[in-house]
Design a protein around this ligand. Sequence first.
Ligand SMILES: [Zn+2]
Length: 441
Amino acid sequence: MKTAIKNGKIVTYNNGISVQENQSLIIENNIIADIVENSQVEKKYPDAKIVDATNKAIFSGFANCHTHFRLTLARGIFENESPSNTPPFPGYPRRPLPEISKEEHQIMILLGAIESIKAGTTVAMEVAEGIMDYADELQKSGLRLVLAEQISDRISGSYGEPGEIKSDPQQNENGLEQMSNLYSKWHNYDNSRITVGIAAWAPDMNSPNSLQTIRALQDKLNVLSTIHLNQLWGEVQNIKDNYGTTPTKYLEQNNFLNDKLVAAHCRCMSTEEEKILGEYKSTVSFNAAIAARRGLSPNIKDLEEFGCKIAMGSDNMDENMIVVMRTGMFMERVRMTDGRNPSPNEAYKWATHNGYKSLGIPDAGTLNKGSKADLIIVNLLQPHLTPQTDIVSNWVHMGQNHDVESVMVDGKWIMKEHKILNLDEEYIITKANEIAARVWK
Ligand SMILES: [Zn+2]
């Protein structure tokens, strides 16, 4: 079955962003099989199902390179319980996440998935412990996913909390085993729509042994790795106190840095560390919205100049990548006191093409012939998107999640005209409210 998306404005990335008018996308199986003139569609592809995109734009979907879907449970609370950015660092100040059942956990995860899709995300890297418990439910959303099983072996104190770091090698072994099981069951599932990655939690949550064994397993399985890096000033203090170095150097000493590493945050970082990360060509997941909520900002321009790839992620309590993309552009302009840079095109590229590349999917995140069919249809007939002089600039500066009408992943619609197709949105929202009302009272 072929689908022809006709009469829309197609936004592609190919050594620069361009907007193609008078063209139609021909989708066959999971690929953009062809791009033809609107007038040629019926002649060339008489059996294609036509989707009329008049007054609509077709963008690449967002690549969310760092999220924890379960933390939707903490929405309205953790956004405002930020750790201290100046000494003393008393550890993570927020309340613990309440215990909920496996089934309730799945509801909160699916809430995050629905929110993601409605704001135009097509691929997400989910970072968590025990993903096996909900991988099957989550994959039913139709999203493209990188499932990154998180491992840590610290048993004293919490993330960012000073004190002697004690670790348990058995806890690390258990994590590695969970990772191997997840890989066996889910890596390259459904035409590689689902892949598996490996995550260390953070420099002060993983011992040298843990980092080294995680890296060894990464190499053995040939998968992506990820870690929270230089996220908190408490983490920086901890690594100094326990190992006499900086978080990024600590990772380098333990063979953790590589070009298939997605380092999340990178905001409490020295120039020396930025240069080291750049030398390894690691990706920085610029989690701009949560960074702004925490009152911190990474030095994105410098990281990029030193060789890092810049991609974007939502992190916690907010899965809206439109907001992440816009906040990233705003924050970097404020940080640099430069009202022109980064440009909307740069921010758009970070949030789409760069993200896909960093997640190991180079043939997506753009709408070229032969690319994977991961795309969103955006209704341009909105006051805030009018006039359509520069639709990419409008999308980055003014886009709203309700503008996203339809979402396609791997050639299949997962949202069509605002309706989520694979999950029961109303049921999940109702249940999620019930769960939160009970556990936070
Ligand atoms: Zn995180």
